[in-house]
Design a protein around this ligand. Structure first.
Ligand SMILES: CC(C)(COP(=O)(O)OP(=O)(O)OC[C@H]1O[C@@H](n2cnc3c(N)ncnc32)[C@H](O)[C@@H]1OP(=O)(O)O)[C@@H](O)C(=O)NCCC(=O)NCCS
Length: 441
Protein backbone atom coordinates (compact mmCIF):
# COMPACT_ATOMS: atom_id res chain seq x y z
CA UNK A 1 0.00 0.00 0.00
CA UNK A 2 1.45 3.36 -1.12
CA UNK A 3 0.33 5.52 1.80
CA UNK A 4 0.64 2.84 4.47
CA UNK A 5 2.38 4.98 7.15
CA UNK A 6 -0.24 7.76 6.80
CA UNK A 7 -3.01 5.18 6.87
CA UNK A 8 -1.62 3.59 10.04
CA UNK A 9 -1.14 7.00 11.64
CA UNK A 10 -4.71 8.04 10.80
CA UNK A 11 -6.10 4.74 12.06
CA UNK A 12 -4.23 5.06 15.36
CA UNK A 13 -5.45 8.62 15.85
CA UNK A 14 -9.03 7.66 15.13
CA UNK A 15 -9.13 5.53 18.31
CA UNK A 16 -10.16 8.50 20.43
CA UNK A 17 -13.08 9.22 18.09
CA UNK A 18 -14.04 5.55 18.10
CA UNK A 19 -14.16 5.61 21.91
CA UNK A 20 -16.11 8.88 21.93
CA UNK A 21 -18.76 7.60 19.48
CA UNK A 22 -19.25 4.09 20.91
CA UNK A 23 -22.75 3.43 22.34
CA UNK A 24 -23.92 6.92 21.35
CA UNK A 25 -27.18 7.41 19.44
CA UNK A 26 -26.86 9.03 16.00
CA UNK A 27 -29.92 9.85 13.90
CA UNK A 28 -29.09 10.07 10.19
CA UNK A 29 -31.31 11.76 7.61
CA UNK A 30 -31.11 10.16 4.16
CA UNK A 31 -33.09 12.38 1.79
CA UNK A 32 -34.47 10.88 -1.39
CA UNK A 33 -31.82 12.78 -3.38
CA UNK A 34 -29.07 10.97 -1.43
CA UNK A 35 -30.68 7.58 -2.05
CA UNK A 36 -30.84 8.31 -5.77
CA UNK A 37 -27.17 9.40 -5.91
CA UNK A 38 -24.43 7.09 -7.18
CA UNK A 39 -22.54 7.60 -3.90
CA UNK A 40 -25.35 6.02 -1.87
CA UNK A 41 -23.72 2.58 -1.81
CA UNK A 42 -20.63 4.14 -0.18
CA UNK A 43 -22.86 5.86 2.39
CA UNK A 44 -24.39 2.47 3.22
CA UNK A 45 -20.89 0.99 3.69
CA UNK A 46 -19.88 3.87 5.98
CA UNK A 47 -23.04 3.49 8.06
CA UNK A 48 -22.28 -0.22 8.36
CA UNK A 49 -18.80 0.67 9.60
CA UNK A 50 -20.26 2.99 12.26
CA UNK A 51 -22.62 0.24 13.38
CA UNK A 52 -19.74 -2.21 13.72
CA UNK A 53 -17.90 0.37 15.89
CA UNK A 54 -20.79 0.31 18.36
CA UNK A 55 -22.71 3.45 17.28
CA UNK A 56 -26.50 3.14 17.76
CA UNK A 57 -28.06 4.27 14.48
CA UNK A 58 -31.51 5.43 13.45
CA UNK A 59 -31.89 6.11 9.73
CA UNK A 60 -34.70 8.35 8.55
CA UNK A 61 -35.26 8.29 4.83
CA UNK A 62 -37.17 10.66 2.60
CA UNK A 63 -38.38 10.21 -0.98
CA UNK A 64 -39.06 13.69 -2.30
CA UNK A 65 -37.65 13.40 -5.87
CA UNK A 66 -38.95 9.83 -6.25
CA UNK A 67 -42.46 10.98 -5.18
CA UNK A 68 -42.31 13.97 -7.52
CA UNK A 69 -41.38 11.72 -10.45
CA UNK A 70 -44.12 9.18 -9.66
CA UNK A 71 -46.82 11.83 -9.27
CA UNK A 72 -45.73 13.48 -12.48
CA UNK A 73 -45.82 10.13 -14.30
CA UNK A 74 -49.37 9.61 -12.99
CA UNK A 75 -50.33 13.06 -14.28
CA UNK A 76 -50.94 14.42 -10.78
CA UNK A 77 -49.92 17.98 -10.17
CA UNK A 78 -49.13 18.61 -6.48
CA UNK A 79 -50.23 21.79 -4.81
CA UNK A 80 -48.00 23.40 -2.22
CA UNK A 81 -48.59 25.88 0.57
CA UNK A 82 -45.53 27.62 2.03
CA UNK A 83 -43.31 24.94 0.52
CA UNK A 84 -45.36 22.03 1.93
CA UNK A 85 -47.04 19.54 -0.37
CA UNK A 86 -50.78 19.16 0.21
CA UNK A 87 -51.32 15.42 0.10
CA UNK A 88 -54.68 14.20 -1.20
CA UNK A 89 -55.89 10.59 -0.99
CA UNK A 90 -54.86 9.64 -4.56
CA UNK A 91 -51.38 11.11 -4.12
CA UNK A 92 -50.99 9.27 -0.80
CA UNK A 93 -51.64 5.91 -2.52
CA UNK A 94 -48.69 6.59 -4.84
CA UNK A 95 -46.55 8.01 -2.02
CA UNK A 96 -47.11 4.83 0.02
CA UNK A 97 -45.96 2.67 -2.89
CA UNK A 98 -42.87 4.79 -3.50
CA UNK A 99 -41.84 5.11 0.16
CA UNK A 100 -42.53 1.41 0.84
CA UNK A 101 -40.43 0.38 -2.15
CA UNK A 102 -37.56 2.68 -1.10
CA UNK A 103 -37.58 1.29 2.45
CA UNK A 104 -37.28 -2.23 1.05
CA UNK A 105 -34.50 -1.19 -1.35
CA UNK A 106 -32.55 0.34 1.56
CA UNK A 107 -33.11 -2.82 3.60
CA UNK A 108 -31.78 -4.86 0.69
CA UNK A 109 -28.62 -2.72 0.46
CA UNK A 110 -27.89 -3.30 4.14
CA UNK A 111 -28.39 -7.02 3.68
CA UNK A 112 -25.66 -7.37 1.04
CA UNK A 113 -22.66 -9.38 2.11
CA UNK A 114 -20.71 -10.29 -1.00
CA UNK A 115 -17.27 -11.62 -0.17
CA UNK A 116 -15.45 -8.92 -2.16
CA UNK A 117 -17.47 -5.99 -0.75
CA UNK A 118 -16.96 -3.88 2.41
CA UNK A 119 -20.25 -5.39 3.67
CA UNK A 120 -18.77 -8.89 3.88
CA UNK A 121 -19.45 -10.40 7.30
CA UNK A 122 -21.27 -7.29 8.53
CA UNK A 123 -24.52 -9.17 9.30
CA UNK A 124 -26.56 -5.99 9.77
CA UNK A 125 -30.04 -6.32 11.22
CA UNK A 126 -32.45 -3.56 10.23
CA UNK A 127 -35.61 -2.97 12.28
CA UNK A 128 -38.70 -1.21 10.98
CA UNK A 129 -41.99 -0.60 12.79
CA UNK A 130 -44.76 1.80 13.75
CA UNK A 131 -42.47 4.09 15.74
CA UNK A 132 -43.91 7.40 14.48
CA UNK A 133 -47.38 8.59 15.45
CA UNK A 134 -48.68 11.40 13.26
CA UNK A 135 -51.61 13.76 13.25
CA UNK A 136 -53.01 15.92 10.45
CA UNK A 137 -51.37 19.28 9.96
CA UNK A 138 -54.92 20.57 9.60
CA UNK A 139 -56.11 23.82 8.12
CA UNK A 140 -53.44 26.51 7.73
CA UNK A 141 -54.28 29.96 6.39
CA UNK A 142 -57.69 28.56 5.42
CA UNK A 143 -56.10 25.70 3.42
CA UNK A 144 -56.80 22.11 4.44
CA UNK A 145 -53.53 20.16 4.22
CA UNK A 146 -55.49 16.88 4.05
CA UNK A 147 -53.12 13.91 4.49
CA UNK A 148 -50.01 16.01 5.06
CA UNK A 149 -49.21 15.44 8.70
CA UNK A 150 -46.91 16.36 11.53
CA UNK A 151 -45.18 14.19 14.12
CA UNK A 152 -47.31 13.69 17.21
CA UNK A 153 -45.18 11.21 19.15
CA UNK A 154 -42.05 9.10 18.73
CA UNK A 155 -42.00 5.71 20.42
CA UNK A 156 -38.51 6.22 21.83
CA UNK A 157 -38.73 3.20 24.13
CA UNK A 158 -39.41 0.80 21.26
CA UNK A 159 -36.63 2.34 19.15
CA UNK A 160 -34.15 2.09 22.04
CA UNK A 161 -35.03 -1.59 22.53
CA UNK A 162 -34.01 -2.28 18.95
CA UNK A 163 -30.86 -0.16 19.25
CA UNK A 164 -29.88 -2.00 22.42
CA UNK A 165 -30.17 -5.25 20.46
CA UNK A 166 -27.64 -3.89 17.96
CA UNK A 167 -30.24 -3.32 15.27
CA UNK A 168 -30.18 -0.33 12.97
CA UNK A 169 -33.63 1.28 13.03
CA UNK A 170 -35.04 2.45 9.69
CA UNK A 171 -37.84 5.01 9.67
CA UNK A 172 -39.55 6.64 6.69
CA UNK A 173 -41.43 9.89 6.19
CA UNK A 174 -44.79 8.16 6.65
CA UNK A 175 -46.48 8.32 10.04
CA UNK A 176 -49.53 6.49 11.39
CA UNK A 177 -52.31 8.14 13.33
CA UNK A 178 -54.24 6.72 16.25
CA UNK A 179 -57.26 6.56 13.94
CA UNK A 180 -55.36 4.22 11.63
CA UNK A 181 -54.65 6.74 8.87
CA UNK A 182 -51.32 7.22 7.11
CA UNK A 183 -49.83 10.74 6.87
CA UNK A 184 -47.16 12.15 4.64
CA UNK A 185 -44.53 13.88 6.84
CA UNK A 186 -41.42 15.88 6.22
CA UNK A 187 -38.39 13.57 6.64
CA UNK A 188 -36.45 16.46 8.23
CA UNK A 189 -39.16 16.77 10.87
CA UNK A 190 -39.19 13.01 11.52
CA UNK A 191 -35.38 12.99 11.89
CA UNK A 192 -35.36 16.01 14.20
CA UNK A 193 -38.17 14.78 16.44
CA UNK A 194 -36.60 11.32 16.60
CA UNK A 195 -33.22 12.77 17.60
CA UNK A 196 -34.91 14.91 20.27
CA UNK A 197 -37.02 12.04 21.62
CA UNK A 198 -33.96 9.77 21.85
CA UNK A 199 -31.80 12.53 23.33
CA UNK A 200 -29.37 11.64 20.56
CA UNK A 201 -25.72 12.63 20.58
CA UNK A 202 -25.85 13.57 16.91
CA UNK A 203 -28.25 14.38 14.13
CA UNK A 204 -26.50 13.88 10.78
CA UNK A 205 -28.14 15.44 7.76
CA UNK A 206 -27.04 14.62 4.23
CA UNK A 207 -27.36 17.55 1.83
CA UNK A 208 -26.32 18.09 -1.83
CA UNK A 209 -23.39 20.42 -1.02
CA UNK A 210 -20.30 20.25 1.19
CA UNK A 211 -21.89 22.27 3.99
CA UNK A 212 -23.57 25.58 4.72
CA UNK A 213 -22.22 28.55 2.76
CA UNK A 214 -21.95 32.06 4.14
CA UNK A 215 -22.89 35.16 2.15
CA UNK A 216 -19.40 35.22 0.60
CA UNK A 217 -19.86 31.66 -0.65
CA UNK A 218 -17.37 30.22 1.86
CA UNK A 219 -18.27 27.05 3.71
CA UNK A 220 -18.85 27.56 7.43
CA UNK A 221 -17.42 24.69 9.43
CA UNK A 222 -19.06 25.39 12.81
CA UNK A 223 -22.08 27.36 13.96
CA UNK A 224 -23.80 27.90 17.28
CA UNK A 225 -27.60 27.51 17.13
CA UNK A 226 -27.91 31.31 17.40
CA UNK A 227 -25.55 32.03 14.49
CA UNK A 228 -27.09 29.15 12.51
CA UNK A 229 -30.47 30.82 13.00
CA UNK A 230 -29.06 34.03 11.47
CA UNK A 231 -27.55 32.12 8.53
CA UNK A 232 -30.87 30.28 8.10
CA UNK A 233 -32.63 33.53 7.21
CA UNK A 234 -30.22 34.02 4.27
CA UNK A 235 -30.33 30.35 3.25
CA UNK A 236 -34.15 30.32 3.28
CA UNK A 237 -34.32 33.46 1.15
CA UNK A 238 -32.79 31.53 -1.77
CA UNK A 239 -35.46 29.30 -3.39
CA UNK A 240 -32.88 26.75 -4.62
CA UNK A 241 -31.99 25.96 -0.99
CA UNK A 242 -35.60 25.01 -0.29
CA UNK A 243 -35.85 22.89 -3.41
CA UNK A 244 -32.65 21.01 -2.53
CA UNK A 245 -33.59 20.49 1.12
CA UNK A 246 -30.61 22.53 2.43
CA UNK A 247 -32.86 25.08 4.16
CA UNK A 248 -34.98 22.36 5.79
CA UNK A 249 -31.83 20.52 6.95
CA UNK A 250 -30.33 23.65 8.52
CA UNK A 251 -33.64 24.45 10.26
CA UNK A 252 -33.69 20.86 11.56
CA UNK A 253 -30.13 21.21 12.90
CA UNK A 254 -31.01 24.44 14.72
CA UNK A 255 -34.11 22.92 16.30
CA UNK A 256 -32.34 19.72 17.34
CA UNK A 257 -29.53 21.65 19.02
CA UNK A 258 -32.00 23.87 20.83
CA UNK A 259 -33.61 20.69 22.20
CA UNK A 260 -30.44 19.19 23.66
CA UNK A 261 -29.22 17.10 20.74
CA UNK A 262 -25.52 17.69 21.28
CA UNK A 263 -24.39 18.15 17.73
CA UNK A 264 -25.89 18.30 14.27
CA UNK A 265 -23.75 17.79 11.19
CA UNK A 266 -24.63 18.80 7.63
CA UNK A 267 -22.55 16.83 5.16
CA UNK A 268 -22.56 16.13 1.45
CA UNK A 269 -24.12 12.96 0.07
CA UNK A 270 -22.08 13.48 -3.10
CA UNK A 271 -18.71 13.32 -1.38
CA UNK A 272 -17.40 9.77 -0.98
CA UNK A 273 -16.41 9.22 2.66
CA UNK A 274 -17.97 12.44 4.03
CA UNK A 275 -19.46 10.60 7.00
CA UNK A 276 -16.12 9.09 8.00
CA UNK A 277 -14.21 12.34 7.44
CA UNK A 278 -16.73 14.32 9.49
CA UNK A 279 -16.74 11.90 12.42
CA UNK A 280 -13.14 10.67 12.54
CA UNK A 281 -10.98 13.63 11.62
CA UNK A 282 -10.05 16.70 13.57
CA UNK A 283 -11.77 19.30 11.43
CA UNK A 284 -14.40 17.24 9.64
CA UNK A 285 -15.65 18.23 6.19
CA UNK A 286 -19.13 19.69 6.62
CA UNK A 287 -20.93 22.16 8.87
CA UNK A 288 -21.35 21.45 12.56
CA UNK A 289 -24.17 23.08 14.51
CA UNK A 290 -23.50 22.67 18.21
CA UNK A 291 -25.24 23.98 21.27
CA UNK A 292 -22.04 23.75 23.30
CA UNK A 293 -19.27 26.11 22.61
CA UNK A 294 -17.09 24.27 20.17
CA UNK A 295 -14.48 23.73 22.85
CA UNK A 296 -15.09 23.70 26.53
CA UNK A 297 -12.63 24.12 29.38
CA UNK A 298 -14.14 22.53 32.49
CA UNK A 299 -13.40 20.53 35.61
CA UNK A 300 -12.77 16.86 34.91
CA UNK A 301 -15.14 14.12 36.02
CA UNK A 302 -14.65 10.40 36.45
CA UNK A 303 -16.01 9.89 32.88
CA UNK A 304 -12.96 11.74 31.55
CA UNK A 305 -10.40 9.27 32.92
CA UNK A 306 -10.30 7.23 29.67
CA UNK A 307 -9.84 10.35 27.54
CA UNK A 308 -7.10 11.74 29.81
CA UNK A 309 -5.23 8.42 29.76
CA UNK A 310 -5.35 8.38 25.99
CA UNK A 311 -3.91 11.89 25.93
CA UNK A 312 -1.12 11.41 28.46
CA UNK A 313 0.01 7.84 27.82
CA UNK A 314 2.22 8.73 24.80
CA UNK A 315 3.79 11.59 26.80
CA UNK A 316 4.44 9.24 29.73
CA UNK A 317 6.06 6.76 27.35
CA UNK A 318 8.27 9.56 26.02
CA UNK A 319 9.30 10.45 29.60
CA UNK A 320 7.73 13.94 29.38
CA UNK A 321 5.15 13.19 32.06
CA UNK A 322 5.38 11.01 35.17
CA UNK A 323 3.38 7.77 34.90
CA UNK A 324 -0.08 7.75 36.49
CA UNK A 325 -2.10 4.55 36.76
CA UNK A 326 -5.81 4.54 36.00
CA UNK A 327 -6.48 3.96 39.73
CA UNK A 328 -4.39 6.99 40.73
CA UNK A 329 -6.03 9.13 38.07
CA UNK A 330 -9.49 8.07 39.26
CA UNK A 331 -8.55 8.95 42.84
CA UNK A 332 -7.13 12.33 41.82
CA UNK A 333 -9.65 13.29 39.13
CA UNK A 334 -11.08 16.16 41.19
CA UNK A 335 -7.75 18.01 40.83
CA UNK A 336 -7.96 17.91 37.03
CA UNK A 337 -9.29 20.35 34.43
CA UNK A 338 -9.81 19.36 30.79
CA UNK A 339 -10.55 20.92 27.44
CA UNK A 340 -13.19 18.95 25.53
CA UNK A 341 -13.68 19.31 21.81
CA UNK A 342 -16.30 17.26 19.93
CA UNK A 343 -16.62 14.76 22.83
CA UNK A 344 -12.86 14.29 22.87
CA UNK A 345 -10.44 15.32 25.62
CA UNK A 346 -7.76 17.35 23.87
CA UNK A 347 -6.02 18.89 26.91
CA UNK A 348 -5.70 18.32 30.62
CA UNK A 349 -3.87 19.74 33.63
CA UNK A 350 -4.04 19.30 37.39
CA UNK A 351 -3.67 21.51 40.44
CA UNK A 352 -2.69 19.67 43.64
CA UNK A 353 -2.87 21.75 46.84
CA UNK A 354 0.37 20.91 48.74
CA UNK A 355 -0.12 23.00 51.89
CA UNK A 356 -2.09 26.05 53.03
CA UNK A 357 -0.29 28.43 50.65
CA UNK A 358 1.17 26.41 47.79
CA UNK A 359 -0.26 24.28 44.98
CA UNK A 360 1.46 22.16 42.34
CA UNK A 361 0.64 22.45 38.64
CA UNK A 362 1.08 19.03 37.07
CA UNK A 363 0.24 16.80 34.14
CA UNK A 364 -0.35 19.69 31.73
CA UNK A 365 -0.75 18.22 28.27
CA UNK A 366 -2.25 19.42 25.02
CA UNK A 367 -3.02 16.91 22.26
CA UNK A 368 -0.31 17.27 19.63
CA UNK A 369 -2.82 18.30 16.93
CA UNK A 370 -3.95 21.24 19.06
CA UNK A 371 -0.68 22.62 20.43
CA UNK A 372 0.63 26.16 19.94
CA UNK A 373 -2.80 27.77 19.82
CA UNK A 374 -2.94 29.25 23.30
CA UNK A 375 -4.69 26.30 24.94
CA UNK A 376 -1.77 25.59 27.29
CA UNK A 377 -1.81 29.18 28.47
CA UNK A 378 -5.60 29.12 28.81
CA UNK A 379 -5.48 25.96 30.96
CA UNK A 380 -2.64 27.33 33.08
CA UNK A 381 -4.53 30.52 33.80
CA UNK A 382 -7.66 28.47 34.73
CA UNK A 383 -5.51 26.54 37.24
CA UNK A 384 -4.04 29.76 38.62
CA UNK A 385 -7.59 31.18 39.04
CA UNK A 386 -8.58 28.00 40.87
CA UNK A 387 -5.48 28.29 43.11
CA UNK A 388 -6.48 31.86 43.99
CA UNK A 389 -10.05 30.79 44.67
CA UNK A 390 -8.90 28.22 47.25
CA UNK A 391 -6.63 30.80 48.91
CA UNK A 392 -3.17 29.74 47.66
CA UNK A 393 -0.52 32.41 47.27
CA UNK A 394 1.80 30.61 44.87
CA UNK A 395 2.12 27.59 42.62
CA UNK A 396 5.10 25.40 41.75
CA UNK A 397 5.81 23.07 38.87
CA UNK A 398 8.40 20.33 38.26
CA UNK A 399 9.36 19.90 34.64
CA UNK A 400 12.06 18.25 32.56
CA UNK A 401 11.39 19.71 29.09
CA UNK A 402 9.09 22.71 29.47
CA UNK A 403 11.11 25.07 31.69
CA UNK A 404 11.13 27.92 29.22
CA UNK A 405 7.42 27.69 28.53
CA UNK A 406 6.68 28.09 32.24
CA UNK A 407 9.26 30.90 32.58
CA UNK A 408 7.51 32.78 29.78
CA UNK A 409 4.34 32.46 31.86
CA UNK A 410 5.96 34.13 34.90
CA UNK A 411 7.53 31.16 36.70
CA UNK A 412 11.01 31.52 38.29
CA UNK A 413 13.48 28.65 38.76
CA UNK A 414 13.98 27.65 42.43
CA UNK A 415 16.20 25.11 44.22
CA UNK A 416 14.72 21.80 45.29
CA UNK A 417 15.32 22.89 48.90
CA UNK A 418 12.85 25.76 48.35
CA UNK A 419 9.99 23.39 47.51
CA UNK A 420 7.34 22.70 50.17
CA UNK A 421 8.61 20.01 52.53
CA UNK A 422 6.09 17.43 51.33
CA UNK A 423 7.32 17.84 47.76
CA UNK A 424 11.02 17.75 48.72
CA UNK A 425 10.50 14.34 50.34
CA UNK A 426 8.94 12.97 47.15
CA UNK A 427 11.50 14.59 44.80
CA UNK A 428 12.89 12.08 42.31
CA UNK A 429 16.62 12.93 41.94
CA UNK A 430 16.99 10.47 39.09
CA UNK A 431 14.36 12.31 37.04
CA UNK A 432 16.20 15.55 37.90
CA UNK A 433 13.26 17.83 37.08
CA UNK A 434 13.68 21.59 37.24
CA UNK A 435 11.61 23.27 39.96
CA UNK A 436 9.83 26.57 39.23
CA UNK A 437 7.61 28.80 41.27
CA UNK A 438 5.12 31.58 40.54
CA UNK A 439 3.60 34.02 43.00
CA UNK A 440 -0.12 34.62 42.42
CA UNK A 441 -1.23 38.17 42.59
C1 LIG B 1 3.87 22.63 26.76
C2 LIG B 1 2.44 22.68 26.36
C3 LIG B 1 1.56 22.37 27.55
C4 LIG B 1 2.12 24.08 25.82
O1 LIG B 1 0.78 24.13 25.40
P1 LIG B 1 0.38 24.85 24.01
O2 LIG B 1 -1.11 24.97 23.98
O3 LIG B 1 1.03 24.15 22.91
O4 LIG B 1 1.09 26.26 24.24
P2 LIG B 1 0.66 27.73 23.96
O5 LIG B 1 -0.14 27.79 22.71
O6 LIG B 1 0.05 28.33 25.16
O7 LIG B 1 2.08 28.35 23.70
C5 LIG B 1 2.78 28.04 22.50
C6 LIG B 1 4.22 28.51 22.58
O8 LIG B 1 4.91 27.69 23.54
C7 LIG B 1 6.08 27.17 22.92
N1 LIG B 1 6.39 25.87 23.50
C8 LIG B 1 5.74 24.71 23.38
N2 LIG B 1 6.38 23.74 24.06
C9 LIG B 1 7.44 24.31 24.62
C10 LIG B 1 8.52 23.83 25.43
N3 LIG B 1 8.56 22.54 25.78
N4 LIG B 1 9.43 24.70 25.81
C11 LIG B 1 9.38 26.00 25.46
N5 LIG B 1 8.42 26.53 24.69
C12 LIG B 1 7.48 25.68 24.26
C13 LIG B 1 5.70 27.05 21.47
O9 LIG B 1 6.86 27.01 20.66
C14 LIG B 1 4.91 28.32 21.26
O10 LIG B 1 5.78 29.38 21.12
P3 LIG B 1 5.52 30.54 20.05
O11 LIG B 1 4.17 31.10 20.41
O12 LIG B 1 6.65 31.46 20.25
O13 LIG B 1 5.49 29.85 18.75
C15 LIG B 1 2.13 21.66 25.21
O14 LIG B 1 2.98 21.94 24.14
C16 LIG B 1 2.26 20.22 25.60
O15 LIG B 1 1.28 19.57 25.96
N6 LIG B 1 3.48 19.65 25.49
C17 LIG B 1 3.69 18.27 25.81
C18 LIG B 1 3.47 17.95 27.27
C19 LIG B 1 4.39 18.76 28.19
O16 LIG B 1 5.53 19.04 27.88
N7 LIG B 1 3.84 19.09 29.36
C20 LIG B 1 4.52 19.82 30.40
C21 LIG B 1 4.84 18.88 31.50
S1 LIG B 1 5.44 19.71 32.89
Amino acid sequence: MKNLPQYIDWFRHSSSYINAHRKKVFVVLLPGEAIAHENFNNIVHDITLLQSLGVKLVLVHGARPQINAALEAAGIESTYHKGLRITDAISLQIIKQIVGALSIDIEALFSMGLANSPMHGADIKLARGNFITARPLGVLDGIDHALTGVVRKINAKAIMQHLNHNNIVLVSNLGLSTTGEVFNLSPEEVATETAIALNAEKLILFIPQTGIMDSAGEMVSALSPASAQDVLATVESQPENKASGVAQALAAAVKACRHHVHRSHLISFEHNGALIEELFTRDGCGTLVSKDTFEQLRRASIDDVGGILELITPLEEAGVLVHRSRELLEAEIDFFFVIERESMIIACAALYPLDATCGEIACIAIHRDYQANGRGEHLLSALEDQARRIGLSHVIVLTTQTTHWFMEKGFQPIAVSELPEKKQKMYNYQRNSKALKKALR
